[in-house]
Each structure stands twice: as C-alpha cells, then as structure tokens.
Ligand binder design. Structure first.
Ligand SMILES: *[C@@H]1O[C@H](CO)[C@@H](O)[C@H](O)[C@H]1NC(C)=O
Length: 285
C-alpha cells in the first residue's frame, strides 16, 4: 500500500472513532428522578442521586440484540447502606430477558456486594454475588457485559467474574430473541439490600450519588424489527465479540474471582433447590 493511502486510512479511522465517541446526551435518556439525574460536561459524565424524596435513573435510547458493552461506574461512597445501584440490560414484558449487575451498598468500611442475575423468558433465580477486590467508591471501574449467541460474560476491569452459557440444547432458555435496552437506577432498597435489610439508609448522609462515564458499546442495534451489527461507537475491535469465548487465561482469572470473592452462588444452594440444582448448574454446554 502506498504510504499516502496509509495516511488516508489512518485519518479516516481516527475521524470515525472521534465522531462516534460515546456521549450520554446521544446514547441515553434520563427517565426518572426529577432533576436528581444529571448529564454533565457536554455528555461525558452522568450522575444519579438519591435523596429522601426519591431516586433516579436513565436508559439507553437504542435497543440492542447482542453486544459487548462497557460502562465505568464510581459508586456511592461512605455510608451507602440501604442504597442499590442497578445497571442492567432488559427487554419488556412478562417473558422478558434481563442481564443484571446490582451494587448493594453497605455501612462505611464494609464491602459492597455485587449481585448478578440472568433472566431468560421471564425466569431468573440465578443469583451470584461477589465482593470486589478494590473499593468501588474510590475510582471509576469498568463493568462489562459480553452478550453473544453462545454466552453471557460479566466482567469487572476486564476480569471475567461470571459466565452463563447457551444451553438451549439441554432445555435451558437463553436470551437471544428479544432486544434489550441498557438501564440504570439508584434507589432505596433498605428493606432488603444491606445485611439482609438490618442496616437502613442514614438520611443524614443524603444525597447519595453514583457516577458514570466512558460508555462503550460494540453492539447490534435493533431498529424497525431487525438488527444491524454496527461498530458503534468504537470501530477498533471489529465484531470478534460476536464469537468471543473465554480463553484459558481468562478462565483462570474467573476461577480466581469465584474462589476468593464469590459470596453467594445459586448453583451451590442445595437448600433452595431440594428437587435438584438447575440444569445449567450441573451440565456442561
Ligand atoms: C456488608 O458487610 C457485611 C459485613 O462485612 C457483609 O457480610 C455483607 O456481604 C456486605 N454487603 C451487604 C450488601 O450486606
């Protein structure tokens, strides 16, 4: 290739990435909270807050059918007991699909719990919970959902913490036909969230604020009944994510997290499933 075309291609790519960079004004709408949710710095930052009156929330303008979606969050600092920050993908209706991250606040100095769940065709009950290996209130950290036709992978700072495989061949529903939006909200859940509901929100610390930045989606956007696998907003990683699986190094890291930081696993809760653990817990894909 002549060097002038290399220069041209480089400039073209740089322009493409720059013009499609994520922006909360373009990609999201505030849907709840009466001024408690704010998009700041020309769309680079978003904050949600919760006070005694109510919480707040936002959702993506687009619906997606599969994607590799990153968001950076900095959670409510200090005494966040009783607060829940939910960040999730969901479709609508009684047979909806859903892929959940929920951050359950805690008393000062006590660890957040990262709660995850997967709903397919309206059926959830697949909770796994983790503590984190860092303080999620000090800095922004990246929370990612890889969702392709074969698997769902939850990751934190690029480290996979949970994988839910497509096991339709064994009769387990898998989310793959219903487009989902991205949602997030910060709300009062002190009836259950912290230490089983024993620790309540201390309103003297209100308002409680969580911050968001650097949304990045390589995703198939759903529009007028069909999905286009565009490369939005960053064009650098192609569509490899559509077939991505965890390599042995990633599986090793996931095992490290699950061994050291998992605090609840429905697949190990024999008391809850006296008739036998769910199929996805006992077979391999
Ligand atoms: C809060 O801290 C307690 C004590 O360290 C811990 O057992 C619990 O998992 C933490 N998270 C929540 C949401 O209660």
């Amino acid at each position: 290739m002549a060097s002038s075309s290399i220069v041209f291609v480089t400039i073209f790519l740089a322009t493409l990435i720059a013009t499609t960079r994520a922006n909360f004004n373009n990609d999201f709408a505030i849907t709840w909270g009466d001024g408690r949710a704010k998009i700041l710095n020309n769309g680079d930052d978003l904050t949600l807050s919760l006070d005694k009156a109510s919480g707040s929330g936002f959702q993506s303008k687009n619906e997606y059918l599969f994607g590799n979606i990153d968001m950076q969050l900095k959670l409510v600092p200090g005494n966040s007991a009783g607060t829940v920050t939910a960040y999730y993908l969901s479709s609508l209706g009684s047979t909806h699909d859903e892929i959940d991250f929920e951050f359950l606040g805690n008393a000062s100095g006590q660890p957040y719990t990262l709660h995850t769940n997967v709903f397919a065709q309206g059926k959830g009950n697949r909770e796994q919970q983790f503590h984190l290996w860092f303080d999620p209130t000090k800095d922004f950290h990246t929370y990612s959902i890889l969702w392709n036709p074969q698997r769902i992978v939850f990751s934190v700072d690029g480290i996979p913490i949970r994988e839910f495989n497509n096991m339709e061949s064994q009769g387990v529903s898998f989310p793959k036909n219903q487009p989902m939006r991205i949602y997030s909200s910060l709300w009062n859940a002190d009836d259950w969230a912290t230490q089983g509901g024993r620790v309540k929100i201390d309103w003297t610390h209100a308002p409680f604020t969580a911050s968001y930045r650097n949304f990045n989606a390589n995703a198939c956007v759903w529009a007028s009944g069909s999905s286009s696998c565009g490369l939005s907003p960053s064009a650098d990683s192609g569509s490899d994510w559509l077939n991505q699986e965890l390599d042995s190094a990633s599986l090793e890291r996931m095992r490290w997290v699950q061994t050291n930081y998992m605090v609840y696993n429905y697949c190990a809760d024999l008391q809850r499933f006296p008739q036998g653990l769910p199929t996805e817990c006992t077979s391999t894909p």
